[in-house]
Design a protein. Structure first.
Length: 135
């Protein structure tokens, strides 16, 4: 199957989603409790995760999944709560943009950013990882 048209659609929608995510993150800088902005960022990373997974861009899907998990915590709290949240979300946005640029250039997703993935890991996931290491 020729993936060219699907890759083009992924890139087009991905660029739009990341632009919307950027606007919403800027809004969250002004109002950390902006419910519409929180929901928009969540939806955009959820869409990125699904689109990337369908094309087997695992590194993009994994990063979007971690961002989605972080945004789920923000949704539950009703606001950006941690001082780490916005910088991590902006960093995630930048890395996703770079990953899409790599897909556009090479057709393949680059390796993930292990440090960013670790930083985005939720506290409950980190606790689970530590518990598994003790077993």
């Amino acid at each position: 199957m020729d993936m060219t048209k699907y890759r083009a659609l992924f890139l087009e929608e991905g660029i739009e989603n990341l632009a919307e995510m950027s606007r919403s993150l800027l809004e969250l800088e002004k109002d950390p409790a902006s419910r519409p902005s929180i929901e928009t960022v969540f939806r955009m990373v959820h869409s990125m995760k699904s689109m990337a997974a369908s094309l087997e861009y695992e590194s993009i899907s994994l990063l979007a999944h971690r961002l989605e998990d972080r945004m789920e915590s923000v949704r539950t709290a009703g606001r950006i709560g941690s001082a780490d949240d916005l910088p991590l979300l902006f960093r995630g946005l930048e890395v996703l943009e770079a990953m899409l640029a790599s897909v556009a250039e090479t057709g393949d997703a680059p390796d993930g950013d292990a440090a960013l993935l670790a930083a985005l890991e939720s506290p409950s996931e980190a606790d689970d990882t530590e518990k598994k290491a003790l077993i």
